[in-house]
Design a protein around this ligand. Structure first.
Ligand code: HEC
Ligand code: HEC
Length: 404
């Protein structure tokens, strides 16, 4: 939707005009009153100008000047000082409230603008912020830019994006996009159309629309169930009846309750909300467009090898046991994710904006400094500080990854 006049403050200008007209009327009316008053209060001349000019009258004597008059003057001064002494601190007491008010108003305004920008530029792929994400047509090409296949790419939901990424990390993806995926660069630095302020406004809007932690847990849980169905359908083959698939999926979930590796596998491949609660979308090549099916038609399309590496590094063939000596170090990394330029494990380093998400803690305002004026700086505190996955779920994923 394009900007309306209201966005550019045209409404505000007409309010100002109304105030101006009222002030003008009051001023002119006042002047007329003053003039009438003068007219009626005018006195006849008192006498010859040589004795007493008409604009002069006899002054009080010294006794009065230094007595009653002086006291009146001093008293007026005292009253002014008392008024100032009380009014200034009172005004000052209201200052924090005015400051908060300004932040709130700017925040609302930014979110409103961000809403317009989001609807115009993001919703076509991501759907509504609190929705389940979407699908996007995408043309796969090989390293030489030659056509491989036409696929449908799973677009992640942004409903919990500020739990797993800090505002600076979200800014990074928006600024530069995601290479080799349909996510384009939006920031000027990445060659896109948006200014820093517009990106800020979208982030503020995203922040307003984040779902709460109970809903996140529920969606992740539902995702595990539908992932189990997908696995069961693949294992049983095309001909399987829906009842068989349901029974096999239920058996799988029951087994997974006692078997962390099986549970870890389901969590790793969690399909909910475009894959945001899982890992496969970044660590399994082609997961985002179901490469398994596409590769059956074109052998040049990369095969969907679990943990084979995609946007994120390969995790298979013992890669994670070399990177992390112990499971608890490995878990700690999944909890907090990577940060740009910060080392992890034995030889890892967060590259490109810290794009490995945080799964165990909320990090939305980890580096919110840049947005101080337009964002509430306590996003994570307000949302309980928890991340997308529970400690048990993370332990299960780590158990699965370490045996890949
Ligand atoms: C043409 C489709 C498309 C449009 C338009 C688009 N995105 Fe994306 N976006 C994607 C896809 C696809 C991904 C996931 C890429 C991948 O598989 O890693 C993504 C990823 C993201 C991510 C990273 C999320 C994560 O958890 O990995 C953010 C943040 C994001 N987009 C924000 C936006 C915003 C904000 C806009 C609007 C300014 C926008 N996107 C417009 C397709 C799109
Ligand atoms: C949005 C993409 C994305 C998702 C989703 C994702 N990762 Fe990552 N992961 C990365 C990136 C990128 C790196 C490399 C670190 C960096 O560049 O910041 C990484 C690094 C890792 C590493 C370290 C590998 C090494 O050898 O350096 C492990 C382990 C890992 N991820 C596990 C997981 C697990 C477990 C999940 C799911 C709970 C997950 N990842 C989900 C992108 C992702």
């Amino acid at each position: 939707m394009p900007f309306t006049a209201a966005d550019y403050g045209v409404l505000a200008a007409s309010t100002q005009r109304t105030v101006g007209v009222i002030l003008g009327v009051v001023a002119i009316g006042g002047f007329i009153l003053y003039w009438l008053f003068n007219w009626f209060a005018g006195r006849a001349e008192t006498g010859s100008e040589i004795e007493l000019a008409p604009n002069r009258k006899p002054l009080p004597d010294d006794a009065e000047m230094e007595g009653r008059r002086l006291d009146q003057g001093l008293m007026a001064g005292l009253v002014c000082i008392v008024v100032i002494a009380i009014a200034l601190p009172l005004y000052w007491l209201g200052e924090p409230g005015r400051h908060d008010g300004l932040i709130e108003v700017s925040d609302e305004l930014a979110a409103e603008r961000g809403d317009h920008l989001y609807e115009e530029r993001c919703a076509t792929c991501h759907g509504s912020v609190d929705g389940p994400g979407g699908l996007r047509d995408h043309t796969l090409v090989d390293n030489n830019g030659l056509f491989l296949a036409q696929v449908q790419w799973k677009v992640p939901s942004l409903a919990a994006v500020l739990y797993r990424y800090s505002t600076e990390e979200v800014r990074y993806v928006m600024e530069y996009g995601r290479p080799n995926t349909p996510m384009p660069a939006w920031g000027i630095q990445g060659g896109g159309p948006f200014t820093t302020q517009q990106i800020d406004e979208i982030i503020v809007y995203l922040e307003h629309e984040q779902i709460d932690i109970a809903e996140i847990r529920q969606r992740a849980q539902d995702g595990i169930a539908s992932t189990a169905r997908n696995v069961a359908r693949t294992e049983l083959g095309e001909g399987a009846s829906s009842d068989d698939v349901t029974a096999a999926a239920q058996q799988m979930l029951a087994d997974a309750a006692d078997d962390p590796v099986r549970m870890g596998e389901l969590l790793f491949n969690n399909t909910a909300d475009g894959g945001v609660y899982g890992c496969a979308r970044c660590h399994t090549p082609g997961w985002s467009y179901d490469a398994g099916e596409v590769a059956a038609q074109n052998p040049l399309v990369p095969h969907e090898i679990p943990g084979g590496g995609g946007f994120g590094p390969p995790l298979a063939n013992g890669a994670t046991t070399r990177q992390f000596d112990t499971a608890s170090e490995h878990e700690a990394f999944i909890v907090s994710g990577s940060q740009n330029g910060i080392k992890y494990g034995n030889f890892g380093q967060g590259d490109g904006g810290g794009q490995m998400p945080s799964f165990g803690i909320c990090v939305g305002d980890r580096d919110a400094g840049a947005l101080e004026y337009i964002t509430r700086a306590d996003f994570c505190a307000e949302h309980g500080g928890e991340g997308l996955l529970t400690p048990e779920q993370i332990a299960a994923i780590v158990a699965y990854e370490r045996q890949l």
